[in-house]
Design a protein around this ligand. Structure first.
Ligand SMILES: *[C@@H]1O[C@H](CO)[C@@H](O)[C@H](O)[C@H]1NC(C)=O
Ligand SMILES: *[C@@H]1O[C@H](CO)[C@@H](O)[C@H](O)[C@H]1NC(C)=O
Length: 195
């Protein structure tokens, strides 16, 4: 019996990133059990720890890809706490990552605790712009800052936010997002020309 379980576990670990799924279930579960619901205008926080699984070839600090992986957990948690996730699934919609921009300001050393703060910086009818910050707990330094553009499929922001507090006033489009959108336009035009 135990033997079958061990084999099943081994096969799961070979074919799936099991820790990814466990971490999502854990993060969302903790949120549902112990944290309050929040509004669209609130900032949510999850906590992480840079382990031996997260480091780069020098074994000294978190590798670049791990930040992006961590963003997923924080974003799912934000969507769940605000109720955005529930409303997306209700209408069979989807939010797809369309672009992201990361600025790594300083590394996160191994065996360091950090938090990821997530907030909705801006939105329009068909897109959400999410800003996330990696902050080390010992010094409060923002190690990395990330902008993500989430494309809404099969649903618009107005429907999504219906009944959720904090969406009555849309924030001004931040300066860096304005410029980023222009940069996306230029890149996209270039590729269209090639196709
Ligand atoms: C969105 O969720 C809120 C509560 O979380 C609910 O009151 C509202 O009816 C939902 N909106 C839609 C369009 O399902
Ligand atoms: C979010 O918006 C609600 C009103 O919709 C307001 O009462 C609350 O103070 C706002 N929260 C923050 C963090 O701005």
């Amino acid at each position: 019996m135990l033997c079958y379980f061990a084999i099943a576990l081994l096969i799961s670990y070979i074919f799936f990133d099991v820790n990814y799924f466990l971490r999502i279930a854990f993060t969302i579960g903790i949120g549902r059990l112990f944290q309050k619901k929040c509004g669209v205008n609130d900032t949510t926080t999850i906590y992480g720890f840079c382990t031996t699984q997260d480091v780069d070839i020098f074994l000294r600090h978190m590798n670049n890809a791990r930040y992006v992986r961590e963003l997923d957990f924080a974003r799912f948690h934000f969507y769940d706490r605000t109720g955005i996730y529930e409303n997306i699934t209700k209408v069979n919609g989807h939010a797809l990552q369309g672009a992201s921009s990361i600025r790594y300001r300083r590394t996160i050393p191994i065996f360091t605790a950090y938090k990821v703060e997530t907030k909705l910086a801006y939105w329009d009818e068909k897109t959400l712009f999410i800003e996330q910050k990696f902050i080390t707990l010992n010094d409060g330094f923002v190690r990395a800052i990330v902008l993500s553009r989430q494309n809404l499929l099969n649903v618009d922001a107005e429907t999504l936010f219906k009944g959720i507090p904090g969406a009555d006033q849309r924030p001004e489009c931040p300066e860096e997002i304005k410029h980023w959108l222009q940069s996306i336009e230029v890149s996209s035009a270039k590729l269209r020309k090639k196709d």
